[in-house]
Structure formats: C-alpha cells, structure tokens
Unconditional design. Structure first.
Length: 77
C-alpha cells in the first residue's frame, strides 16, 4: 500500500466515514477534518509512519489534503 492509500485509510478510521478524497481535495473545506479529528489523525500518522509531528507543524496548511500530508511525511527525516 502506498503512502497516499495509507493516509486515506487513516482518515477513514479517524473520521469513521467511508471516504475517497482526491489527492488535492481540501479535507477541511469538505468537512472531512476539523481541529479535533486533525489531532486524532496526526496521532495515527505518527504511529503508522513512526514519526513525531511537532506542535508547531499542526496547521491546516500542512494537513489540508492527502497530497500535502504525503509531501509532509516525505519531508520528515
């Protein structure tokens, strides 16, 4: 499973919604994510990808779409 597929699965698990967003779809504007579900999703991403996301990175801009989340994950050491 590629990273974008893993991210979509994590969003599904976090929101409990059977979703299939396009890579560029805004997760916040579409109502799929809010600040509470963002925190839950980031916790799941940290576990899945074995990373730590600093609080300063918890911004909608970095986590607004599947593509942006994938790019963020790739930028992590």
């Amino acid at each position: 499973m590629d990273n974008q597929s893993k991210i979509v699965e994590i969003i599904r698990q976090t929101t409990g919604k059977p979703i299939n967003p396009s890579p560029e779809e805004s997760l916040f504007e579409s109502g799929l994510l809010d600040s509470f579900s963002l925190a839950d999703m980031v916790t799941a991403l940290e576990k899945e990808f074995k990373i730590r996301v600093p609080d300063s990175d918890l911004t909608p801009r970095k986590f607004d779409s599947v593509a942006r989340i994938a790019a963020y994950l790739q930028s992590r050491p």
